[in-house]
Design a protein around this ligand. Structure first.
Ligand code: KG4
Ligand code: ZN
Length: 343
C-alpha cells in the first residue's frame, strides 16, 4: 500500500510517500522557521498561508523524485490535530480534495501518534512494547506503547512543554527561534555547575513534569545578575538550564522504565534531537542496561513521513478508519487519550 502523508500542523510543511512493503520512499519538507524568526515564534496566519504556497509544489516534487503518477497513490494520510487550526485545515483540505479526485481513502492522523511511532522508520526499529518519551514544542509525555494503537499515558507536563521551556529560555537569552538548537549550542561553552537551577518535580514520586518554574528560575537569575550580561554568563545559564532539563527528563524516563518493567525507551519529538539529552541517555543506558531508540535526526522534528507511516499502519489494521465521504474536520486540541486502545 502506497500512502501519501501530509503534515501541516505548525510551521513545517511535510510531504512523504511510504510504501508498506518497501518503507519510506521519500519525504520533502519546507520549514517556515526563517519567516517566523522575526516574530520570536510562530504566527498562525502566516503559517497557514505558507502551507498553501508550498504543499502542492512539494507534492509535485516528491512524485517526480520517486518517479510515479498521483494515480499510483493508494491512500492519503494527513495530520488532523493537534495543532494550529488554520494550518491543519490546509493539509486536511488538500488531502481530502486529492482523495476525492483520485477516489482513494483518506485518513486523519494524530500528530503525536506520528512522533510516537516515528522510530519505526529507522533501519533498526524498536520491537514492541516500549516506553516513549515524547518531547516536543507542545508536549512532554511518557507513554507505555504496547502495540500500534495500544498506548497508556504514564505521565505528562503539568504546565510548559520541554520544547516550550527551551524556546522561552532562548528568548530570555536573546537567541533566535526555535530556541532548542540555539540554547544547546550556547550551552557547550557554559561552565558546568556555574549556574544551578532547580529540578521541579524531580522527586514528586510520579511521572509528571513541570517546566514553567525552570524558565522562571532562569529569568530570576538573569534579573539578579543585571542587564549587562556577557556571553560567558549567558552560556553558563544555558548550561544550567540544559543540565536541569536533561536531569529531569532522564530521571523520569528511567522511573517509567522501572515502573513498567520495560528495557526499551524511545525518544521522539523536536527535543529528542538534543545533543546533551542523547549523550546523557547514552551513558545511563549503558550503565543500567536498557536500549534507547530515536527517529533519524531529520525525522525528530515535524515531517510527513511519520504521518504517512501511521496512515499505512492504521489502514492495514482497520481499513474502516478511512474517510471516503471526503467531508472533514480538524482537531486543534485533539487529546492523544482519544485514540488510546481504539482498535
Ligand atoms: O516536534 P517538534 O518539531 O514540533 C512540535 O510538535 O512541537 O518540536 C519543536 C520543538 C521546539 O520547541 C524546538 O525548540 C525543540 O523542539 N527542539 C530542540 C532541538 N531541536 C528542536 N530542543 C532542544 N534541542 C534541540 N536540538
Ligand atoms: Zn511535532
Amino acid at each position: 500500500m502506497l500512502v501519501l502523508g501530509i503534515e501541516s500542523s505548525c510551521d513545517e510543511t511535510g510531504i512523504a510517500l511510504y510504501d508498506s512493503q518497501r518503507g519510506l520512499l521519500a519525504h520533502v519538507l519546507h520549514s517556515q522557521i526563517i519567516m517566523h524568526r522575526d516574530y520570536g515564534g510562530v504566527v498562525p496566519e502566516l503559517a497557514s498561508r505558507d502551507h498553501i504556497r508550498n504543499a502542492l509544489p512539494l507534492l509535485e516534487k516528491i512524485l517526480q523524485r520517486v518517479g510515479i503518477e498521483r494515480t499510483s497513490i493508494d491512500a492519503i494520510a494527513f495530520t488532523q490535530g493537534p495543532g494550529l487550526a488554520g494550518a491543519l485545515l490546509v493539509g486536511a483540505s488538500i488531502a481530502n480534495a486529492l482523495g476525492l479526485a483520485l477516489n482513494k481513502p483518506v485518513i486523519g492522523i494524530h500528530h503525536l501518534e506520528g512522533h510516537l511511532l516515528s522510530p519505526l522508520l529507522t533501519q533498526m526499529p524498536p520491537p514492541f512494547p516500549f516506553v516513549a518519551l515524547l518531547v516536543s514544542g507542545g508536549h512532554t509525555q511518557l507513554m507505555q506503547v504496547d502495540n500500534i494503537g495500544a498506548y497508556q499515558m504514564l505521565g505528562e507536563t503539568l504546565d510548559d512543554a520541554a520544547g516550550e521551556a527551551f524556546d522561552k529560555t532562548a528568548r530570555l537569552l536573546g537567541l533566535d527561534y526555535p530556541g532548542g538548537p540555539e540554547v544547546s549550542r550556547l550551552a557547550e561553552f557554559g561552565v558546568p555547575g556555574a549556574v544551578k537551577l532547580p529540578r521541579p518535580m524531580l522527586h514528586s514520586g510520579d511521572l509528571n513534569f513541570s517546566f514553567s518554574g525552570l524558565k522562571t528560575a532562569a529569568l530570576m537569575h538573569l534579573s539578579r545578575i543585571g542587564s549587562n550580561v556577557c556571553r560567558q554568563e549567558k552560556a553558563n545559564l544555558a548550561r544550567g538550564f540544559i543540565d536541569a532539563t536533561v536531569d529531569i527528563l532522564v530521571a523520569k524516563a528511567i522511573a517509567a522504565l522501572n515502573r513498567t518493567g520495560m528495557r526499551r525507551l524511545i525518544v521522539a519529538g523536536g527535543v529528542g534531537a538534543n545533543r546533551q539529552l542523547r549523550e546523557a541517555l547514552s551513558i545511563i543506558s549503558d550503565e543500567r542496561g536498557f536500549d534507547v531508540y530515536y527517529p533519524d535526526l531529520e525525522l525528530c522534528t515535524d515531517n510527513g513521513a511519520m504521518i504517512a507511516l501511521v496512515g499505512a499502519l492504521r489502514l492495514q489494521r482497520n481499513p474502516a478508519e478511512s474517510n471516503t465521504s471526503y467531508a472533514f474536520t480538524v482537531k486543534p486540541n485533539w487529546d492523544l487519550s482519544a485514540i488510546y486502545n481504539r482498535d
